[in-house]
Each structure stands twice: as C-alpha cells, then as structure tokens.
Ligand binder design. Structure first.
Ligand code: 5RP
Length: 228
C-alpha cells in the first residue's frame, strides 16, 4: 500500500541504513515500502559477497528477502545485531508503526536488535505523534478493546481489507483497530496503558526504541540520533 512521500526519498533512506550493516551480522528486516528498498539493497550486497542472515517481520519481508537471496534465520536461533524498519510517523525518537499491520512482529524483532535503524521519507516527520495508533487484538476482544480505547479518549476504527470483504486479518490471525487519539501528549504513558488492556496483542507506539532515523528527501539523506 502507498504511504508517505516519494519513492525516491524512501529508496535513499533504505539504502543509507544498509550501509551500516557489517559482515557476519544478523539483520532484522522490517515491513513496508521503505524497508523494501533496504531489503533489495541488502540483497545486492549479499550477491556481492556480504555474509548476513535476516530475520523477517512479516510474510511480505520474508518473501522479498527470499526473492533477493538473503539467507534467513529466526529469533529462536539468533539475535539481530541491527534492525531496519520503516514508520508511519516519527517525532523525536518516538514512532507510530503498523500501517502494514505488522507492528507486533516488528516490535519483537526491532526491540531485540542491538541497534534499531528507522527508515522514513521526510513526509513522516512530525513535532508530535498524531496519526491513528494501530492496535492488534485477538478477534474475540474487538468490542472490549474498542470500549477501553474510547475510555482512554480514542476513536477506534476496525481496519477494513481492501481486496477482500471484511476486516484485515494480520499475519498472526488477529484484527487491527486504528485508534485516533489526536495529538498524543505522552506517548510513553499511552503505550504503557494500551499494553495492559486484555486482548491487545501489541500496538504501534514504539517509544524510545530507535537508535537512528535515516530520513530520505528530494535532496539526500540525513541521519538523526535521538537522545536516549
Ligand atoms: C508496517 C509498518 C511500516 O514500516 C510502516 O507502515 C511504513 O510503511 P511505508 O514504508 O510503506 O510507508 O509499520 O506495519
């Protein structure tokens, strides 16, 4: 699905992050159109002799990694040295992710990595997080989680599939509520609260996880290092 700015800016960000990947390492492979540029660039590096293994975060990233020849492993067998992943919005070091409904596995892999590199085009930068927060939930929890989100001041909308009747079903067999909280004053507090709601598998607030943000634009790439 098309999200964010120009494909050229996304490519610059993805390729910039791949320059940080060292020989003999394990790489977490995020999901989405910006990360897809990174996966293709990593595939090219593998073809030129770079020795890496990838840990995919979704059906999409696994298929693309296989297509471009990146050997794969799992979190059971390896710890990622570095993870490269996109975002729907970035404010300082905090992110909203889950536009591709892959945020539960993305958070698992990104948080496990020694270094987490975010790749975005400059349309994703904001002063404060404000796009709807994707919440993955067990199918039976749809009504109870939606009620709790309303209690917290959010407006939940069940994500509908585009080329299937009915809702999006995640790679994990769950549903997604896109929860509009407007401008989020305290992302850490909202993230912690959402994590305690029964039936929530995970949400798209990634607070304090990013080590670097590679921002592609029409002119080039800048790398931001959020203060931890
Ligand atoms: C998928 C994600 C993506 O990384 C995020 O939606 C950004 O995607 P894109 O690079 O296509 O704009 O979180 O769940």
């Amino acid at each position: 699905m098309k999200r964010g700015g120009s494909d050229e800016a996304k490519r610059r960000a993805g390729e910039s992050a791949v320059e940080a990947v060292e020989d003999g390492t394990v790489v977490g492979l995020g999901t989405g159109s910006t990360t897809a540029h990174a996966i293709r660039a990593l595939g090219e590096a593998v073809e030129n002799g770079l020795d890496v293994e990838g840990i995919p975060t979704s059906y999409q990233s696994r298929e693309l990694a296989r297509e471009v020849g990146i050997p794969l492993t799992t979190l059971d067998d390896a710890t990622p040295d570095i993870a490269i992943d996109g975002a729907d919005q970035a404010a300082e070091g905090d992110l909203i992710k889950g536009g591709g409904a892959a945020h539960a596995r993305e958070k698992l892999v990104d948080a496990a990595a020694d270094r987490f590199l975010v790749v975005v085009d400059d349309s994703k930068l904001a002063d404060a997080l404000s796009v709807p927060v994707p919440v993955e939930l067990l199918p039976d929890a749809r009504t109870t989680v939606a009620d709790r989100v309303r209690d917290l001041g959010g407006d939940p909308a069940l994500r509908a599939a585009e080329r299937k009747d009915g809702p999006v079903v995640t790679d994990n067999g769950n549903l997604v509520l896109d929860c509009d909280f407007g401008e989020i004053g305290d992302p850490a507090e909202l993230a912690a609260t959402l994590s305690t709601v029964p039936g929530v598998v995970d949400h798209g607030l990634f607070v304090g996880l990013a080590d670097e943000i590679h921002v592609g634009s029409a002119d080039g790439v800048t790398v931001r290092r959020p203060e931890s």
